[in-house]
Structures are given as C-alpha cells and as structure tokens.
Design a protein around this ligand. Structure first.
Ligand SMILES: [Zn+2]
Length: 629
C-alpha cells in the first residue's frame, strides 16, 4: 500500500511552492510568477520560473521543472516518498502508518544512518577506552588534537582484526547486507564478511543535517597493506562524495554568521583550524571541489576562502576551484601559506594569530591567478604574457555577473597596460565559446536513458530535444488545464499518431489514460508518477509557458486565462488540423516534383492537391467544428 493520493494531494496543497523554493533560490516577483537563478544549472540571467498559481516551477534555461515534490527530490536528492514525508512534516501532516514499498527505501536509508552512527560510537569507544586504541590516541595527542575536538567530531579507532566490527554489529542485529551497503564491510569470495576499516584513525563524515553517512580513515601502522594514507567509505545510498563536505554540519552556523567559509583539503587541516578558533571551515576531503559542494555551500554564504598548500599540486587544485566557484557567483579569495605548510602544520607552528594575518591578506582570486600565471617561466616572453592574459580572461568569462566581469577587465587593463577594448573582445569570444559548450553538454546530459517503469510509453524518448510545434503545445496545454469534457472534446477530434513530437505523443497517451481518475489535478498527478524526467520537464514547461495563440486571440482583448476553455480547445484543434493539412500539401508538392522528374503522370497529385486545398478551406471557415452556443 502506497501513501494515498489524497494525502499526497493534501501535503502538496499545504506546502506553497514559493515557500519551499525560497530557501534555495532568491526569488523576485515578475508579473504573476516569481523568477530567480536556477539551482540546477549555472546562469547569469534568471530563467527559473515559479508559479504560485499553478504550484509549479520550470527553468527555461536547462528545462528542469515540476512541483514541490520534484523540486525537493532534485535539490535534496530525495526519493519521492522521502520528499513527501519531508513536506508532510514541514506542514505538520501525519501520514497514517504505512508499511511496505514506499517506506522500504526510507527504512533502508534510516537503517544505514543508524548503522553508521552505531559504528561511529563504537570506533570512538575503541579510541578512548581500549588498550589497542591507546596507540591511536597517543598519535592524536602528538598531532595536537584536543579531547574536546575528538569528542565533537567523534574521532575513533578501528581495530586491526579482520572481523572485529563485523562480529559486533551482527551480534547487535545488523545484517550482512546492511554492513556491506553501509560500506563498513566487504564480502570474501566464500560470502563471509570482513571489516573494511582496519587499524585506522576514523573520521566520521556527517550529512549537513547531522546524520552519520560515512568515514574517512587515516593510516596508522607501517604494515597496513592498504596503499592510501587516507581511505574513505565507498559511495553508498546515503554517502555521495561529490555532495558532501566534511565538517559542514558543525560549521554551518559559523559560516552563516561570518558570511564566509574557509575551504581546506584534509580532515586534520580542518580540525587544527577549528581548534585555533576558526569555526567556519569545511574540508573537501577526498575529492576536488565539485559543483554540488558549491551549491550546498551557497545556502550559507557566497564568500569563499580557499586555503591550500602552496606547493604546485595545491595551487593547481586551487585554480580549478576558482573557476568553478566563480561560475557559481562566489567571491573568491586565496589564502596562500608558505612553502611546504598545510593549514594544520601552519597553525601548529605559527599559531592562530599568524594564520589570521594570512587570512586578512588573502589574495583576491584575480591577483592569485595572475601571480601564478605571470610567475611561470613561460610567461616572460611577449607571447607568454599574452597567453597569461588570455587565461585570466577565460576565467573572468565564467563569472555570471557582467558588472563584476567589467570591473575585472578594467583592473587587468590597468595592471598590465593592455587596451580594454582588446580585452573585451577576448572576453566576448570566451563567453560565446562557453555558451556553446554548455549547450552541447546540456544536450548530451538530456540523452541519459530514462530510469524506470512505464516502458512502453517511454520507449520513444528522449523527447524534449525535438522542438514541439506551437500547435502541439497549445493542444497539450488546453488538455492539461481543461476539465474531462474539454479533454474528451480534444481527444475525439485528433489522432494521437498525428503528434510529431514523441514527448507530446507520450503525454497525450498519459492524459488519455488518467484524465478521468485525476480530474482537476491531472498535471500534478502526472508529475508524481514515475515517468521519464524529460516528460516531467516538458509537462512543467507546458504549464508555465504562455499560449502561442495561433488564431485570432491576439486581436481580442481577452485575458487568455479567463477564456472559455472550449473555445480555446476548439481553436487549438483547428490549428492542429490546419498544420496537418499544410504538411500534407507540402508532401504532395514534393511528390509531384519527383513524379514530373521521372516522367510520371502529374494528374493524381494535382487531384490530391485540389482535395487538400478544399479541406484546408473547410478548416479555415468559421463554421468548422463550431461549438453549440
Ligand atoms: Zn536551469
């Protein structure tokens, strides 16, 4: 038994989409709708549109769209039942206890959270209370970790034995599958389990809302056969590396308060800075900075301080981070530490005040990048200098804000004695190129195969790549907004196969299947089904796009929303028929041309031409499909 449709409907109505979106997107009122910068792709001018009236959103830039549930699913990476539950609790609605299917994934995730918390506690106890853990504890003390930090961050120790944790967890009721799925155990060929983390210092990794989701583990023994100094939990259904930042849960209040975040590379860097009183620190442990991590941080601040080792590897990671952060409209500073110092060694050697000085003197990204570029030996020739400037501009082109772009261009012109006009020219070229790349990558992204269910309907996808004709669009809109009588009227006057856009055809089929069941609620009901995302995006686009107004409506001073739905439907059907006939006329003309070329008789084609023109005339007469008054 699923959560009943009525309850889903109640939950949807109780959560205004504008309120749900607002924490993630700065919305501005524009006419009837709200607009803002899309949280799903990076853009300079807002094309993300939210309609309070229709309770839907759609991005006219990347094409994503849906309702409150799909929004939360996308932005928080939730499953549908999880999104429903989250919005239910937001609105104070209790979902009658339901077992099975829908709760299963939820329960599965909850079990893994619980298992990771259970493991974290056990690792912590091993570090702080066991004889074997004492070695690791001594190491912590040597590295300058205070008891308070060990407690706050739940640092622990995984014993050297092969099955110590596995045996304990199984004795406490966790299943083999759960242990493997949480990334805490692995299976041998004979099916038996062994501990994934053995003899390592454990750093529990938490989700932004404080759930244990995985672990980082540092090597402690020379005879550890595993290569890496640090290893991390594998990705699991609750741990996605590119969406996780170490320490964010503990740091988020400080980040908000300071309106700035310090980004470091390692666990120890973060802990050392925290102990030195810098609380707004997160670590990108284990991965290069990702777009998702930046999107996550942007909920708290847009001021980013990259603190990295000054060695070559450090600065190239920094340079990559700069470009990504600029694309997401961050103000970026780089804190450079002297050679061979990482944040951990630096504060331990020089102390907190010295670090604060470095933070104060952090270089704006442009100066840092210029320094990197112009200091390289190849930048000493005129050609080398030109290349360096070009690379700087390449980065500037990624900033979504044009005003900021202009300021930077002026700065470079002044500093390096180059004409502004040349720099602007260069900038324009990079911007164009960037757009082309974005466009082509967007297209490939959309081609990713659909996930699940409704196989027969989805086999014709992807759909949104092929543009929808204005006539198809209006017909679909009319049906999605209309009552069952309107839908019946349309369905009785068209053939589904006459839709040329496959996505449109799929939608008409879905409408036909479901319009009676979901009267008045059809579009939302469709959004809540397990359909290909392309179909959902098309649906939200249709709901938020204006009518193309094929016929006569422009001249009439009628607000389209107030128009009689039957009149709209009739006009949409007429326009659809007219387009079909015109297409056939074109095809017939082609055929006629070919026939004359090969010396066949033209007569049948000319006859056909006459018939088609007659039909067109009929369609265009005011009496065609005339409705009863
Ligand atoms: Zn978008």
């Amino acid at each position: 038994m699923k959560i009943s449709n009525d309850i889903i409907e109640d939950i949807r109505r109780a959560n205004d989409i504008v309120d749900v979106v607002a924490p993630y997107v700065q919305l501005k009122k524009r006419g009837k709708n709200f607009i803002g910068l899309c949280p799903f792709h990076s853009e300079k001018t807002p094309s993300f549109t939210v309609s309070a009236e229709k309770q839907m959103y759609h991005c006219f830039g990347c094409g994503k769209g849906g309702n409150v549930f799909t929004f939360l699913m996308e932005v928080e990476r939730l499953t549908f039942p999880e999104a429903v539950r989250s919005l239910a609790s937001r609105a104070g609605i209790t979902i009658p206890s339901d077992t099975t299917e829908t709760t299963q994934t939820h329960d599965k995730r909850e079990r893994l959270y619980a298992l990771c918390a259970f493991a974290a506690e056990w690792f912590y106890k091993n570090l702080t209370t066991t004889k074997e853990g004492n070695f690791a504890l001594t190491y912590c003390v040597q590295r300058g970790l205070q008891n308070r930090t060990i407690q706050d961050y739940g640092i622990g120790y995984s014993p050297k034995g092969w099955e110590t944790f596995v045996n304990y967890a199984v004795s406490k009721g966790y299943s083999a599958d759960e242990l493997v799925n949480a990334g805490l155990a692995r299976r041998r060929e004979d099916g038996s389990l062994y501990d994934y983390f053995r003899g390592r210092l454990m750093f529990p990794i938490m989700s932004p809302n404080g759930k244990f989701i995985g672990f980082g583990a540092r090597k402690l023994y020379d005879d550890d056969q595993i290569e890496g100094k640090y290893i991390n939990s594998p990705e699991t259904i609750i741990y996605n590396k590119s969406q996780t930042l170490y320490g964010l849960y503990q740091a988020k209040d400080a980040i908000r308060k300071e309106d700035a975040v310090l980004l470091v590379e390692g666990y120890m860097d973060l802990l050392a800075l925290t102990q030195a009183g810098f609380l707004n620190v997160v670590a990108s442990s284990g991965t290069a900075l990702t777009e998702e991590q930046l999107a996550l941080l942007s909920r708290y601040t847009h001021n980013l301080y990259l603190v990295y080792d000054a060695d070559a590897a450090g600065s190239s990671a920094t340079v990559r981070g700069i470009d990504l952060a600029l694309e997401k409209n961050y103000q970026v500073h780089v804190v450079s530490l002297p050679n061979n110092e990482d944040p951990d060694s630096f504060v331990r050697t020089y102390g907190a005040n010295e670090f604060r000085e470095h933070l104060k003197n952090a270089l704006p990204w442009i100066d840092f990048k210029a320094q990197e570029l112009f200091n390289s030996p190849s930048a000493q020739s005129p050609d080398g200098k030109a290349l360096a400037i070009r690379l700087l501009i390449q980065t500037i082109a990624k900033i979504p804000d044009e005003l900021r772009q202009n300021m930077y261009i002026k700065e470079i012109a002044e500093k390096y004695k180059v004409y502004e006009s040349i720099l602007f020219q260069e900038l324009e070229q990079h911007k164009k190129k960037g757009q082309r790349e974005k466009f082509s990558s967007g297209r490939t992204a959309k081609k990713i195969a659909p996930k699940q269910s409704n196989e027969q309907v989805q086999s014709r996808l992807p759909s949104t790549i092929q543009p929808l004709s204005a006539e198809e669009r209006d017909l679909l809109k009319v049906m999605l907004e209309g009552n069952p009588e309107v839908i019946e009227f349309v369905l009785s006057h068209i053939e589904i196969d006459n839709f040329t856009n496959p996505g449109a055809r799929t939608l008409v089929e879905l409408i036909q299947q479901h319009y009676e069941e979901y009267e008045g609620n059809l579009s939302h009901a469709l959004l809540e089904m397990e359909l290909d995302p392309n179909i959902k995006n098309l649906l939200s686009e249709l709901m938020l796009a204006r009518y193309t107004l094929s016929h006569g409506w422009q001249e009439m001073e009628i607000e389209i929303d107030e128009a009689n739905p039957f009149l709209l439907a009739r006009d949409a059907v007429v326009a659809f028929h007219r387009r079909l006939i015109k297409q056939q006329i074109e095809l017939n003309k082609e055929a006629l041309k070919e026939a004359t070329l090969v010396g066949e008789s033209a007569t049948p084609f000319l006859q056909r031409q006459q018939e088609l023109l007659q039909q067109l005339k009929r369609i265009e007469s005011p009496d065609y499909l005339k409705l009863e008054p």
